[in-house]
Design a protein around this ligand. Structure first.
Ligand code: NAD
Ligand code: ZN
Length: 359
């Protein structure tokens, strides 16, 4: 089969590799019909994630068709269309039983980490992928949800919802600020109203992304760092600050913006992946009674979010801005890596029509 293989910093190729095989009774082999690229893949490509070794097939998002099952799998059948969750979870370990799939202790990959695809084991940017713990890590799809809607449920929608909206305790009537209107910030914006947010303010440097944010449910937009930006956000509240500030960029500056915007007693939900330490001014902050949360997505809400996508209550299809087939995988990387110019949100890469489906 062919797959997108990491060759070390700056090097990727769409090349011939051995097809995956069942290694454990809980495994499934899935033919990948649709996949996409995440900002994390770009970090890997820069060499920022040293655990990813040359030779690794990248990708942790995908939708496909089950072609083979290990003897212990009972929740999906050969031929089912499925979402491949970005997090594998055994469903039985002490962490999984509390819903902390992100820290699944199952034996596959490094114990204690649920994100293994395209990281510690081969990923979804391939014609076929082996999925460990298939019973809990695959979700069968109804016919009325398209591949490109469904692929948003592998990672970005559960991430924005769980680590942004749920961890931020968004409540009816709230003013919610979302800093960073990339795919993950937009996922938070498009799910904040599930808990009754009244005002959803998108904050980004890129005016193109802010225009897109209005289509995903933002009620107001503010250009990050523009003169008076903070006053513009505070003016949308009762004067005390926002109820919930969601950080979806991953820089010290944007984290500090979130802390500066929140009202006493409010919540800061950090979603961004940080590559450096961020200072926290506890001498000023302790008296504010704010709650700060952070974390790796569990993707435990994917089945619930799938029901909402199927009912048209989350605009999942709108994230798909560019389309490629597998033979143009490197063009997809190029388009996605120049998102400010190309206006890409999520690039959709689909199985080349007529590609061999038997091996
Ligand atoms: P992205 O790079 O596509 O989007 C980031 C957005 O932030 C861009 O629109 C950019 O213009 C904006 N931005 C940059 N600097 C800014 C500033 N100073 N003020 C306001 N906006 C600014 O990224 P994404 O794919 O949407 O992901 C967002 C973050 O979420 C990343 O850090 C990613 O690694 C992280 N992430 C976390 C998890 C998790 O489990 N916690 C999962 C997936 C992604
Ligand atoms: Zn587990």
């Amino acid at each position: 089969m062919k797959a997108l293989v990491y060759g070390g910093p700056g090097i990727i190729g769409w090349q011939d590799v051995p097809a995956p095989v069942i290694l454990r009774p809980g495994d499934a082999i899935v033919r990948v019909d649709t996949t996409t690229i995440c900002g994390t893949d770009l970090h890997i490509l820069k060499g920022d994630v040293p655990a990813v070794q040359p030779g690794r097939i990248l990708g942790h998002e995908g939708v496909g068709t089950v072609t083979e099952l290990g003897s212990a799998v009972s929740n999906v059948k050969v031929g089912d269309r499925v979402i491949i969750s970005c997090i594998k979870s055994c469903g039985h370990c002490t962490n999984c039983r509390t819903g902390l799939y992100s820290h699944c202790l199952g034996e596959e990959g490094r114990p204690g980490i649920g994100w293994i695809f395209g990281h510690l084991i081969d990923g979804t940017q391939a014609e076929f992928v082996r999925v460990p713990y298939a019973d809990n890590s695959l979700h069968a799809l109804p016919a009325n949800v398209s591949d490109e809607q469904a692929v948003m449920l592998s990672d970005i929608l559960p991430t924005g919802f769980e680590i942004g909206v749920q961890a931020g305790h968004v409540a009816p009537g709230d003013v919610v600020a979302v800093i960073g209107a990339g795919p993950v910030g937009l996922a938070a914006i498009s799910t904040a109203s599930l808990y009754g947010a009244a005002t959803i303010v998108a904050i980004d440097l890129d005016e193109g992304r802010l225009n897109q944010a209005m289509d995903f449910g933002a009620t107001n937009v503010v250009v990050s760092g523009a003169p008076g930006w903070k006053d513009d956000v505070i003016a949308l509240t009762d004067g005390a600050g926002v109820d919930v500030a969601i950080e979806a960029v991953g820089t010290p500056q944007t984290f500090t913006m979130a802390v500066d915007l929140v009202r006493p007693g409010g919540h800061v939900a950090n979603v961004g992946v940080h590559g450096q330490a961020v200072s926290l001014d506890l001498a000023q902050l302790w008296i504010q009674n704010i709650t700060i949360s952070m974390g790796l997505v569990n993707a435990s809400t994917t089945p619930m979010l799938l029901r909402l996508v199927a009912q048209g209550k989350i605009p999942a299809g709108k994230f798909a801005t560019h389309h490629f087939d597998f033979d143009h995988f490197l063009d997809a990387y190029d388009t996605f890596s120049r998102a400010a110019e190309t206006k890409a949100l999520k690039v959709i890469i689909s199985r080349t029509p007529g590609a061999d489906s038997t091996n």
